[in-house]
Design a protein around this ligand. Structure first.
Ligand SMILES: [Zn+2]
Length: 211
């Protein structure tokens, strides 16, 4: 029996997925670590000999390629890793691996594995945050653009923006300029201010009746 068959017959894709830190739900689905996944798209079979398949990125394979892809190692390394991590008895193997591993070696491999699981989880979480942040920024920008469009379409708002500075400077002129200057201009300012006040009241009335 080859090492590949031994592994496939001993460990299901579901067992491996759970063991190496993927969060598999009751339907055998989890967030796919091979693409920017948001909802669980990766299906892992619970039967030994089964496979995995991602409905998002179409990544697929068996338990060995699943582990290989998670850790970025080839099939042989993945099969050996599973043999070691799951402590599968495999007699067709090199004699050295037939001997039970010393406890400190098991402990050492467990630690390495925990670090890798942690790294995968960390990477997944970072990807999820980055993706969500960019979606949030996009939504925020769209909401702002929409609000801006509403303001630009608002006649009263545009009128006020247009006239505010002018009315303020007319006021400053009346208050701060010399009496002679104001005397000269007051008739014209009076007419312009009253015209604008009339216009303002008219637009307010119109916008209230439209609302
Ligand atoms: Zn995928």
């Amino acid at each position: 029996m080859s090492i590949f068959t031994a592994v496939k017959e001993a460990v299901s894709p579901l067992d491996a997925a759970k063991f190496y830190g993927l969060n598999v739900n009751r339907n055998g689905m989890c967030i796919c670590p091979f693409h920017n996944d948001r909802h669980p798209s990766l299906k892992v079979d619970k039967e030994v000999g089964g496979g995995f398949y991602c409905f998002g990125c179409q990544e697929h394979g068996n338990v060995i390629s699943l582990v290989g892809k998670i850790f970025g190692i080839d099939d042989k390394e993945a099969a050996e890793k599973i043999i070691a991590d799951f402590q599968i008895k495999y007699t067709g193997f090199d004699s050295i691996l037939n001997e039970p591993l010393p406890p400190e070696e098991i402990e050492r491999r467990k630690k390495i594995n925990e670090r890798k699981v942690f790294a995968v989880k960390r990477r997944e979480l970072c990807q999820l945050i980055l993706k969500t942040l960019s979606e949030m920024r996009e939504e925020k920008w769209q909401a702002e653009a929409k609000a801006m469009k509403v303001l630009e379409d608002n006649e009263l708002y545009c009128w006020i923006i247009h006239k505010l500075d002018w009315l303020e400077s007319s006021y400053d002129y009346l208050i701060f300029e010399s009496e002679d200057d104001v005397k000269e201009a007051i008739e014209q300012i009076d007419e312009e201010v009253r015209n604008n006040v009339g216009e303002f009241e008219e637009i307010v009335r119109r916008s209230k009746s439209n609302a």
